[in-house]
Ligand binder design. Sequence first.
Ligand code: NDP
Length: 480
Amino acid sequence: MEKILNYINGELVAPESGEYLDNYDPSRGTVYSQIPDSDANDIDMAVSAAKEAFPLWSKTPREERSRLMLKVAELIDENHEMLSRAESKDNGKPLKLARRVDIPRASSNFRFFATAILHESTEAHRMDETAMNYTERTPIGVAGCISPWNLPLYLFTWKIAPALAAGNTVVAKPSEVTPMTAFLLSKLCIEAGLPKGVLNIVHGLGPKVGQAISEHPDIPIISFTGGTATGKRIAATAAPMFKKLSLELGGKNPNIIFADCDFDKALSTSVQSSFANQGQICLCGSRIFIERSIYDKFRDAFAEKVQKLKVGDPLAESSHLGAVVSKPHMEKVLDYIDLAKKEGGVVLTGGQQIVTAGELSKGYYLAPTVIEGLDYNCRTNQEEIFGPLVTLTPFDTEEEVLTMANSTPYGLSATLWTNDLNRTQRMSTSIKAGVVWVNCWLVRDLRTPFGGVKQSGVGREGGWDALQFFTEKKNVCIKL
Ligand code: NDP
C-alpha cells in the first residue's frame, strides 16, 4: 500500500516515530494509503531546515523566486489529470470538480503570487524639506501554514504561495484526512528544483502536528484555515507568544433572493452554491432566504432541481455529488438532519444516507437535503453543518432579512440576487460578511481581499493582502 512521506529539507522522509495512519477513500470507505503519524520531533526537524534555508531564500532575487514558483505552477498544470484524480479519491469530490476548480486554482495561486512580487511597490511620504519616509517590507522567517480537507490542494497552495513569494520559508500541514495532493506537490517541488528547506510539509494529526506548529517558538507567523473551534485553540496558543495570525474559519452563509432577480439564474446558481463539493465549501450558501411573493415558486422549482441531482461515484461524469469526506462527517450531517426535524423542519427532499450496491456500498453518500419551516434562530440555522443540507426561509422586508442573515456568530460570505442597484448597495453595506457576491457565486479575483468577519476569521488573505500579511512593515525616516 502506498506510503505518504513527509517533505523535510528537500527530501521525502518517513516520520521519526515510524508510525502511520490509515488514509481512506471516502467513495469506497476503504483504506488505500498510509500517512505519517508525525509529531513534534518531525516539526522540530522541519523548522530547523526552514530556519537554515531562510537567509538564502529571503535574499534570493525576486525574479529567481518567481521563476521557481512558476515552474511549480507549470508542473501542476502538466500533472493536472493525475492531481485531479488524486484529489477526487482522497476527498470524495466529483472528478470533474477537481479538474475544473481545485487543480487549476492551485496552479493559479502559484502563478499569481510568483508574478505579483515582480510588480510590488512601496509607499513614500515626503515631509517637505524635513525628512523622507519610506515603507520597507521584509519577510518574517518560518511561516506555519495549516489547511483543511475540503479544497485540499487549492487552500494549501493559497497559503504556501504568498508565504514563499514574500521570501519566507514554510512549514506546512495539510489535513490528515486529505494528504495525497500535498504529498504529490512535494514531489513536484523537488522536480522544480525548489532549494532544500524552503518548503517543508509534515503530515499527521491536528492535535499533534498542528499543535506543534502553533506552539513552536521559531514559527512567528501562522496562517490557518479550518473550523472556528480549532482556530480558537490556535489563537489561545499563539496569541500569548505574539505570533502574527491569519485565521480563516467557519461560515453559515446567507443566500438572499429578491423577487426582482433573474429567477432562472438565481435558481441554478443556488443549486450549485448549496451543493457543490457536497456542500463542503466554506463559501456555500447554507441558509436561503426568499422574498415571500416568490417563495412557493422558488421552493418548488428548487426542490425539483435538487431531486434530480445525481449522487454517485466521484469518477463518473454523470455524478453531480460524490461522497462526503469521512464517516464521522457523514454521521455529523445525519445528526443535524434529525435535529432539524426535531426543531420543526420539514424535509422537502433528501434527508438520508444513500446506500448503493457493489464497490461503492461502503462509501459515505448523502442525498442533497432541503428543509423548510425552521425558525432562523434555531440551531440548524445557526451552527455550521458543512454538508449537503440547506434551509429555506421566506421574508417580507429588507430589514427582516438583514436581521436573519446577520443573526449567526459567523460572517464569511453572502450572496444577493436582485436587479435593484440601490438595494444592492444598501444590502451589501449592511451585511456582516467578508465577501458579498451579487448575482453570482464563487467568482474569484485573486487581487481582492478575502476573509471573514466575526467568528469567521481575522487577518485578511487574498492577493495583495496575503503578500502584506507575510511581511513585516518598517518605516524608514531619512532626515533631509
Ligand atoms: P479543522 O479545524 O478540523 O482542521 C483544519 C486543520 O487544522 C487540519 O489540518 C487539522 O488537522 C488541523 N488541526 C486540528 N486540530 C488542530 C490543533 N489543535 N492545532 C493546530 N491544527 C489543528 O477543519 P476541517 O479540516 O474540518 O475543515 C472544515 C472547516 O474549515 C469548516 O469549518 C470550514 O468552514 C472551514 N473552512 C474555512 C475556509 C475559509 O476560507 N474561511 C475555507 C475552507 C474551510 P487534522 O485534519 O489532522 O485534524
